[in-house]
Design a protein around this ligand. Structure first.
Ligand code: C5P
Length: 307
């Protein structure tokens, strides 16, 4: 057994079981700088962890790697990103054959194909636990995370982070003061490759990008998402949601990641509750959550022993 901070215990023996929160993110700002030779896009994005989270549990048990989730929309087994994460870590540590010795369960609360990074966050949580169980050096963990997905290195850190490259190069920023966040999602998701392909096609239409202001914390309404215009051209409903959030008093509102979820930031819980009520519409789902700083994030995302 190892004892991480905050009195929590990560068990490593057979049959031991841990549970870890996998918080979602919003992109406070997302600038697309251009398409690269490898097909990815260079970005400059400010990511922020929020309290809305999935719960991932890992059980050490003999036999092949198992990945399960009761929700229908979530891929099971080897098509789930946590499987990829476990396999790539296994291989990076020169272990033989297929990954084994662990069963991973996911309880989903974060909507899928929503731009909230749910799958990437699940993968980062699994890497954090398996990294301890399998004694992976931190550099190996970071390299594997970047291979699993562009957002996964962010989720190893969480908080308020500036990400560059294709999103995998991360720098922690001073924490944002707490904001209440209203999330709204239409009845459909948007695939990330599709959103970037639309941006490629539309570039002449959407025009050049500006950088976020240096004092962006004090000018949240200047924050923007370069993918938004192209996604809204195909899904005008998403634009309606952003407008609606502004009308009901959001200090800033935008699409997160490649959509389809949009967020509004509010200074008070009461303001956010009121806005959420007013933004509801048939076919739209809404959530009330809040930004999380380092202390709360540590509580949420540190593995807790369940035995
Ligand atoms: O890295 P990840 O697997 O999450 O990316 C999914 C897809 O999104 C990529 O295959 C690519 O089409 C697109 N993408 C991109 N530029 C990025 C991140 C993602 O074009 N910076």
């Amino acid at each position: 057994m190892t004892r991480p901070g905050r009195g929590r215990v990560v068990a490593t023996g057979p049959g031991s079981r841990v549970r870890v929160g996998a918080p979602a993110k919003i992109n406070l700002d997302l600038r697309v700088l251009g398409r690269r030779a490898d097909g990815y896009h260079d970005v400059r994005t400010i990511l922020q962890s929020v309290a809305l989270h999935d719960v991932v549990s890992l059980t050490a048990r003999p036999g092949p790697l198992l990945v399960w989730c009761r929700q229908d929309a979530v891929p099971r087994g080897s098509s789930n990103l946590v499987w990829t994460a476990a396999r790539l870590l296994w291989q990076a540590l020169d272990r033989e054959g297929q990954p084994r010795g662990v069963s991973i369960g996911i309880v989903k609360r974060v909507p899928v194909a929503a731009g909230l990074g749910g799958a990437s966050s699940n993968a980062a949580s699994v890497l954090r636990v398996l990294g301890r169980w399998w004694s992976a050096p931190p550099t190996t963990l970071r390299t594997v995370a970047a291979t699993v997905g562009s957002d996964v290195p962010f989720f190893l850190k969480g908080g308020t982070v500036l990400a560059t490259g294709r999103g995998e190069r991360t720098r922690t920023l001073p924490p944002l003061p707490r904001y209440w966040v209203v999330l709204a999602r239409p009845g459909f998701g948007v695939s990330t490759p599709a959103a970037y392909a639309w941006w490629d096609r539309d570039r002449p239409v959407v025009g050049p990008v500006a950088r976020p202001a240096a004092r962006w914390r004090h000018q949240l309404h200047h924050l923007a998402n370069d993918l938004e215009a192209s996604v809204v051209r195909r899904h005008p409903e998403i634009g309606e949601m952003v407008d609606r959030l502004r009308v009901v008093g959001a200090e800033a509102a935008a699409m997160t990641g490649s959509g389809s979820t949009v967020f509004g930031l509010f200074g008070t819980r009461a303001g956010a509750v009121r806005a959420r009520r007013r933004v509801r519409r048939r076919g739209w789902r809404t959530w009330l959550t809040r930004t999380v700083g380092p202390a709360e994030l540590a509580r949420l995302a540190t593995p807790a022993c369940m035995d």
